[in-house]
Ligand binder design. Sequence first.
Ligand code: ATP
Length: 269
Amino acid sequence: MKQSAAKSAPLPDITLDDVGGIPDEMKEEIGQALAVIKDPKGAEQVGLTPPRGILLYGPPGTGKTLLAQAIAHEIGATFFSSSGAAFTEMFVGVGASRVRTLFDNARKQRPAVIFIDEVDALAGKRKPHGGEESEKTLTELLVQLDGGNDNEGILFIAATNRKDMLDDAFLRPGRIDFEFQVPLPDTQGRREIIDIHSKGKVIAPDVVASFDRLAESTSGFSGAELSSLFEMASRRALRDGRTEIGADDLDFAIDRTILGSTARALNDP
Ligand code: ATP
């Protein structure tokens, strides 16, 4: 199936409160950047210009997409979401034309956030004998990011697990103004994410009382893995004809998650 270059959605109903484990310092910086976007005139008076590009980097499943959606929500923007892989094409010119279309569409619906996940597939370091097509696509992205006034009301957010692979020209300030590392959550972060994903679920009181311990014992788990714990535990309870998630269900989900990541590590050492 062919991937379309971008999906647009009106306003993701996700706020910054839905993203757990974000370091305080980063929250503050994001808040400041968003304040400038929300009040560009006020910011101009103190010599600040709205950021045009943000890079979110960190391990898979740590909430980079979620954070991009929350940012779009905070600034009331239409969310255009795509993946770097959707721009890598064999035919010369197709990737570049998709980049142009994406920005053109976003410019018609300002304020807009353009989110590109796995941006390394699109903005990877240029190689001396690299492919003509990938080079053209990246050049087009740089041209679009340099759009000047044409980019007013457009915030570009890129995410990657491989920041080291990105082209230096792409990372230049003016194109990417902020870089935020989105790490695996620490114990407190895991506790926040557990709270977020246990909300709305029927859970036995003794299990709820042990959430601090759950946060401590899930070191190395990503936000996505913590979220799937509750989904898996819910499904198991339902399968057994119970309405409430019990300790066994959660233990089962933890074991399955650990087994899954061990298998992945063995396959991809
Ligand atoms: P990838 O690098 O693989 O694209 P990602 O960092 O973009 O992953 P998301 O797609 O945002 O991760 O996370 C997947 C899901 O996991 C989210 O929709 C959410 O349910 C949950 N999740 C991940 N991180 C967090 C977090 N920090 N707080 C709350 N939920 C989270």
